[in-house]
Design a protein around this ligand. Structure first.
Ligand code: GTR
Length: 421
């Protein structure tokens, strides 16, 4: 089955030059604390929802594209979906599992293989959507699920030594990271794809969506579309499809992701209002963690832009030695999501992801949510370990380490039950 989903404006990547009124990073003013989310760059204070939506929100989206994640790529002209297989009696007959190939460009462009699990008899179902680290085949033992052919990280189950090539030996080896059966038993659909379908997580090779864009004359200018932005854009292409899938309730989509893919989930939620709920899990620096961090154990902008330069655009690396020049902090990315609920989830031993700094980020986003009439969008203080704070800006921290497993999913579902059902 092939279906054409939508027609958008012609595909072209917006210019990489710095917008005329924005200075080079070193010419920006130093702001030691979080910049006020409701104050424009020119000092104007925002007091109404209308001015927030017409002025400050677009300004913030522009700033994040320019100085951190790179330009948001244009939407594809056409998005096409082809069902690769469907098993209506999966999960002991409780659910339907299918894989859908999503195409959005010329034949030589990357394609997304979207794994979709849907609860039988409970449709249209709310749906979790997000990217995974190593391939859909790791999340189920189902023999028909495709094995990625793109580069995959070496340390994943079933990857042939020294090849970065996924094999069938990995089937079902990470089922607990995306517990499909548990989600469908709770009435939720789940849709996920391998992030490398869009952009493999290495910068040394020009491949994936990056390779579809010609290098501008003179090389990259600093606000080029970076990997986290490409991943977020890929999630939006999956959303294009989900909105046409009758078994999915398109008004109840929750984006979720772990770590670097949690950074991706937050960005995807901020840049797409079709997503109703946003859950960045242990996303840390470059995601839910503040750049102006007070936690000495947390990852810094200097460190992340040195280890993973390709996740962010070139300009973001310039802030490594002075984060006070960043004209926003991550609370502004959360604020862009307002009034949609956002849940930050963490682990005590994962100080690298800065759990306390993330709570500060959530609190500093609250003024934007108050414009929408929620007088108390966030708890007064960080909840105790193991206890979900289910305010519109929710927070949860558990014992343990950096990982995404089924107990974390129970919390996502608890939060989604409150805000999506
Ligand atoms: C770490 C990185 C973090 C986080 C993590 C992950 O090496 O420093 O920012 O993204 O990887 O994605 O697992």
């Amino acid at each position: 089955m092939r279906l054409s989903l939508a027609l958008f404006g012609a595909f072209a990547v917006t210019a990489v030059a710095l917008p005329a009124d924005l200075p080079q990073p070193d010419k920006l003013p130093s702001i030691p604390e979080f910049p006020d989310v409701l104050t424009m760059r020119d000092g104007t204070k925002i007091t109404t929802k209308k001015d927030w939506e017409d002025k400050r929100r677009p300004e913030l989206k522009e700033l994040f594209q320019t100085y951190m994640y790179g330009r948001y790529p244009a939407k594809p002209e056409k998005v096409t979906a082809k069902v690769l297989f469907e098993d209506a009696k999966a999960f002991d007959g409780k659910g339907t599992l299918r894989e859908v190939e999503i195409t959005f460009g010329p034949p030589e462009w990357p394609k997304i293989s979207l794994l979709v699990a849907v609860p039988n008899g409970k449709t249209p179902a709310p749906c979790f959507i997000g990217t995974n680290f190593g391939g859909n085949h790791l999340l189920t033992t189902h023999k028909k699920v495709r094995i990625p052919t793109a580069w995959v990280p070496a340390n994943y189950p079933g990857v042939e030594k020294g090849t970065n090539k996924a094999t069938a030996a990995g089937r079902g080896k990470q089922m607990d990271t995306w517990p499909l059966q548990m989600a469908i038993e709770k009435g939720y659909a789940v849709a996920t794809f391998y992030c490398g379908d869009i952009q493999p997580d290495r910068h040394t090779v020009r491949e994936g969506m990056r390779a579809t864009i010609p290098l501008p004359p003179g090389g990259l200018k600093g606000d080029e579309t970076a990997t986290i932005m490409w991943w977020a854009w890929g999630i939006h292409r999956a959303v294009d499809f989900l909105l046409t899938d009758k078994s999915i309730d398109g008004k109840r989509l929750a984006v979720v992701g772990h770590s670097r893919l949690g950074k991706t989930a937050l960005l995807a939620g901020a840049f797409d209002d079709r997503i109703a709920l946003v859950i960045p899990h242990q996303s840390g620096c470059g995601g839910a963690g503040p750049s102006r961090s007070k936690n000495p154990k947390a990852e810094t902008v200097k460190r992340i832009t040195t280890s993973f330069p390709h996740w962010f655009c070139g300009y973001f690396s310039s802030f490594g030695d002075d984060v006070t020049k960043i004209p926003f902090d991550q609370h502004c990315l959360v604020a862009i999501c307002a009034p949609r609920p956002v849940l930050f989830t963490n682990a005590e031993e994962d100080q690298w992801a800065n759990p306390s700094g993330q709570f500060d980020v959530l609190s500093a986003a609250a003024p934007a949510y108050k414009l929408y009439g929620d007088e108390k969008p966030v708890a007064a203080q960080m909840p105790e370990t193991g206890k979900l704070s289910d305010s519109r800006l929710g927070y949860f921290i558990r014992a343990g380490k950096h990982s995404m497993t089924s107990p974390d999913w129970k919390v996502y579902i608890q939060f989604a039950d409150k805000w999506l059902k």
